[in-house]
Design a protein around this ligand. Structure first.
Ligand SMILES: Nc1ncnc2c1ncn2[C@@H]1O[C@H](COP(=O)(O)OP(=O)(O)OP(=O)(O)O)[C@@H](O)[C@H]1O
Ligand SMILES: [Mg+2]
Length: 471
């Protein structure tokens, strides 16, 4: 059963459609001109609108335009006399679902209606699906069993009941926002708003009005009073994300607010007391920022009453299998995929990878793997190359960070000395057995011998495995 609106000035056609649609089980409303059609649309929700193109007091285009502009999600079918098919095509471009040419065959009309309603249904299902997924996402659980994460959970538990300011630190993707939400959700403020603000993402000239609001006319463009985030949060939580990005003059303003626990809107005269709790987060080293003069020490002390440091993922390899499986389950469900497991080789690679992007990077890698997987069990070939390479004994050592001094470096010399180091170490480890040394370095014997000669490394011949022409 669908709610259908029929707009046509021809009475016989209105009645005909009313009977036809009612017989199909739909609920029908009729209107005889554009203005009353639009009035009906304003008064109720419809699944489908069948409208004549030529109408008294406007046209079917006005009806269509009303539907698309009001964001109503009714499907619109235009009915038009042959002479005006061009307009009908234009209407499709403007978002009509289809058009039928008068006089139409009943069967033809029925098919068009049926398809339009099917599409409507599909849309609704998609929206519902998305909402369910969002809800799942929102209650994202904090996962971890490592000692480091247990300490984090313990802290979350302890601070969630208090009103103290909390500072969350840790690299990007370690879960700072998730922890902030957990603190909020587990505490007495759970029913009040959690208001996040990314201090690094708001243009400098707008931060103040975002945080504290403004009154009408406070500056050009302030066309009406606006509530700031502190007021919006009521007695909930304000989450100041990327606090290290806050410009110095705003740090001064924020400090005053935290000290006095009142805010005043930009251009306003009245102070409003704030009840919300403050949780701040940063991936910078704020103490260092203070030393460098980029962050105010007094504000730092005020925010840093309790600090929770989120360990990097590479400091808690033990959590990786748990996280990987949880993400696998999540994405398999979201994508209606039949991937159910991760094989040992892939898991080993996941555990060994250094994860510079931390949990977020792991989450993305699993999402990608689930999408690309060729079978029900993820293997090495499903992982991003950088991760897959972490597996196995042949891993290149990770150069965590290179430094290039002001006056540059000589790359050839650096590489040569690295090469020499590896060659000599391999030879000494194999007691001069060149074939084994070559294998240890993943080189052919020929290439190994060439490199040794090139660098003038003198190796005592190991027993037995000589200088024969290895491969
Ligand atoms: N312990 C965890 N358990 C489950 N999911 C986690 C965990 N930690 C992080 N995540 C997930 O990893 C992603 C990144 O987490 P979050 O956004 O909280 O990181 P962040 O520290 O705020 O990063 P950034 O500094 O880049 O903003 C999110 O999708 C989050 O759900
Ligand atoms: Mg974040």
């Amino acid at each position: 059963m669908a709610d259908v609106l029929v707009v046509d000035d021809e009475r016989s056609l209105r009645e005909f459609l009313e009977i036809l649609l009612a017989r199909e089980g739909h609920k029908v409303t009729v209107a005889e001109d554009a203005v009353s059609g639009i009035a009906k649309l304003k008064a109720a929700d419809f699944d489908l609108v069948l409208t004549d193109l030529k109408l008294p007091q406007g046209s079917g285009m006005d009806v269509l335009r009303h539907v698309t502009e009001s964001g109503a999600d009714a499907q619109v079918i235009l009915m038009t006399a042959f002479a005006t098919t061009e307009n009908a095509v234009e209407a499709m471009r403007l978002g009509a679902y289809d058009y039928v040419i008068k006089p139409f065959k009943v069967d033809e009309l029925k098919v068009v209606i049926e398809r339009a309603l099917e599409r409507k249904q599909l849309r609704r299902e998609n929206t519902q699906l998305r909402e369910t997924l969002d809800a799942h996402r929102a209650q994202n659980r904090l996962i971890g069993s490592s000692e480091a994460m247990r300490e984090v959970f313990e802290m979350v538990r302890k601070v969630s009941g208090a009103k103290t300011n909390v500072l969350l630190t840790g690299e990007s993707g370690t879960g700072k926002e998730l922890v902030a939400r957990a603190i909020h959700n587990r505490g007495p403020r759970a029913a009040s708003p959690f208001v996040p603000i990314n201090c690094g993402a708001i243009p400098e000239n707008l931060i103040e009005s975002e945080l504290f609001g403004h009154v009408k006319g406070a500056f050009t463009g302030a066309s009406q009073d606006k509530m700031g985030l502190f007021e919006q949060a009521e007695d909930g939580t304000v989450f100041l994300d990327e606090i290290g990005e806050l410009p110095l003059h705003m740090q001064v303003r924020l400090l005053r607010v935290l000290q006095e626990r009142t805010v005043r809107r930009v251009g306003g005269m009245k102070d409003t007391s704030i009840e919300s709790r403050i949780i701040a987060a940063t991936n910078r080293d704020l103490a260092e920022e203070v030393r460098e003069g980029r962050f105010r020490e007094d504000l730092y002390f005020r925010l840093n009453v309790i600090q929770i440091r989120l360990p990097a993922l590479r400091e808690r390899h033990a959590d990786i299998p748990l996280l990987a499986r949880a993400f696998l389950a999540k994405f398999a469900e979201e994508q209606a995929s039949d991937v159910t497991d991760i094989d040992d080789g892939a898991m080993a690679a996941l555990v060994q990878h250094a994860w510079p992007g931390n949990v977020r990077e792991l989450e993305n890698a699993i999402e990608r793997a689930v999408t690309l997987a060729s079978g029900p069990v993820l293997d090495l070939s499903d992982l991003p190359q950088a991760v897959a390479q972490a597996a196995g004994p042949r891993t290149r050592p990770r150069v965590e960070r290179v430094e290039i001094p002001e006056d540059g470096v000589k790359l050839e010399e650096i590489l040569e000395s690295l090469e020499r180091g590896y060659l000599e170490e391999a030879l000494s480890r194999t007691e001069g057995k060149k074939k084994r040394a070559a294998a240890l370095l993943g080189l052919s014997f020929r290439s190994f011998r060439y490199r040794v000669a090139k660098l003038g490394i003198t190796a005592e011949d190991g027993d037995g495995d000589g200088d024969g022409d290895g491969n």
